[in-house]
Write a protein that binds this ligand. Structure first.
Ligand code: GDP
Ligand code: MG
Length: 447
């Protein structure tokens, strides 16, 4: 994973305080590969890396995470920012600007098969169900024989009105008729589903321009298939030069889209991604979440939230003190207990394992060994049943004492032994903890 690669790059950095320029450059080479693998367009990737480099060089590394993890967090933050920032996706209302004299016209443009017709119906339904709007849909696709009927069928399914079909009319005529009908019948939103082509051509662009000129749309949404990756960039470039786009709809996000199209799209059009299509059903549409897509692009467990949690939960000085104690062999049951409590604060074992890239194996091992969160609670009870002296000198625990502790904590001698063994192994794992920058090593012991 990218995380492993970055940790390798940064392994020699440990001990130093800030991220150095050469280290960051080496790391960015790995990030670049990850971006290209996610199908991000090359110029976009380049620009992105320049930004991250600028932000990362010289930054202080949090004590409880590795420099690699910290860089991933910076990469993630920049990705989210470039994808539009989290605030854009906050809130429930669809992000369309419909504050114009009704009807507010929403024009859908894009290549054939990108999902325009489906998205038109999805958005109309959303506006009706979630915003109490009264939408009217009209198909301007006179190229494909059944295109207008397709929209009418979807309209029936979504319980949204469609403009009656008049054979022989041209797109601009249909648009004008639709506007007249909307005004007359008090529809407040008019969605225009336009024709596509297999490729961008001049005739298509001329048609889009003419329709936009006649309908004066409040929103022009470019619909692109996220699975087409690099191609989507060319499409976006062509359309954004010709019609005044206000936003993007990314369809087929339910497929194995690697998220690269989203990043490229945003960079090329400069317009926000307003919706993500997530399936064929009419309900399968949602607001675009930059955070989720950033996750996809990085293609790893949620290192980012790990770093965030580490920054919140684990006091850097505390961790350092603990490491020193372990080095000196003074790590006792009180320390183990504190450590276990910290893990619980972070959401328990499963949470921790889920956040670690490459931790699937460890997680499976935990499940196999019955290492669930109940175990953490048991361990706490066991340590709680020890005397103060036993806690700081666990070697005192002979068979008789173990029996007493087991009875006191409602567990078994076997479980008491388990925790003693764990305490012993922590000493051995200490080296690894230092090497891996703390948390990751800690979790590795449970694998
Ligand atoms: P248009 O030619 O741009 O109007 O594309 P359509 O709306 O007719 O969609 C083409 C195909 O893609 C249809 O079979 C849709 O059901 C499907 N489709 C559209 N959006 C999505 C989506 O978000 N996810 C999935 N899986 N399929 C979609
Ligand atoms: Mg269509």
């Amino acid at each position: 994973t990218l995380s492993d690669r970055l940790n390798t790059v940064f392994s020699r950095l440990r001990g130093r305080g800030a991220l150095g320029e050469q280290d960051v450059r080496d790391a960015m080479r790995e990030v670049r590969v990850a971006l290209l693998e996610a199908d991000v367009a090359l110029p976009v990737a380049r620009d992105f890396i320049a930004r991250v480099t600028e932000r990362a060089v010289g930054q202080e590394v949090l004590k409880s995470v590795t420099p690699g993890q910290q860089v991933i967090k910076i990469v993630n933050d920049e990705l989210v920012a470039m994808l539009g920032g989290e605030e854009e996706s906050a809130g429930e209302a669809p992000p369309l600007n419909l504050n114009v004299t009704p009807p507010a016209v929403v024009m859908m443009v894009g290549l054939q098969g990108s999902g325009k017709t489906t998205s038109t119906a999805k958005i109309a339904k959303l506006l009706k169900d979630k915003q109490g709007k009264k939408p009217l849909m009209a198909s301007l696709d006179v190229n494909r024989p059944a295109a207008q009927e397709q929209l009418a069928v979807l309209g029936e399914q979504a319980d949204v009105a469609t403009l009656p079909i008049v054979p022989g009319q041209q797109p601009v005529e249909i648009a004008k008729r639709a506007m007249g009908a909307a005004k007359l019948q008090n529809y407040d939103v008019l969605l225009l589903d336009t024709a596509g082509r297999l490729h961008v051509d001049e005739a298509l662009m001329a048609e889009m321009k003419a329709v936009a000129g006649a309908a004066d749309p409040a929103e022009v949404l470019l619909v692109v298939d996220s699975l087409t990756g690099q191609d989507a960039v060319n499409v976006a470039q062509s359309f954004s030069g010709e019609v005044p786009l206000t936003g993007v709809v990314l369809t087929r996000m339910d497929g194995d889209a690697r998220g690269g199209a989203a990043l490229s799209m945003r960079a090329v059009t400069g317009k926000p991604i307003k919706f993500a299509g997530t399936g064929e059903k009419l309900e399968a549409i949602e607001r675009f979440h930059p955070g989720r897509v950033a996750d996809r692009i990085l293609g790893m467990g949620d290192v980012v939230s790990l770093v965030e949690k580490a920054a919140e939960t684990i006091d850097a000085e505390d961790a350092e003190a603990l490491a020193k104690k372990m080095m000196a062999g003074k790590f006792d049951m009180n320390d183990l207990r504190k450590q276990l409590q910290q893990m619980q604060n972070m959401g328990g074992l499963g949470m921790l394992a889920g956040m670690m890239p490459g931790m699937k194996k460890a997680k499976a091992a935990m499940a196999g060994a019955d290492m669930d969160d109940k175990v953490l609670v048991h361990m706490d009870a066991i340590i709680g049943s020890m005397t103060k002296k036993e806690r700081s000198h666990p070697q005192l625990l002979n068979a008789k004492r173990k029996k007493r502790v087991a009875a006191g904590s409602g567990t078994s001698v076997q479980e008491v032994n388990k925790i003693l063994k764990m305490h012993q192994e922590m000493g051995r794992a200490m080296k690894q903890i230092r090497k891996m920058g703390g948390l990751k090593g800690l979790a590795a012991m449970f694998g």
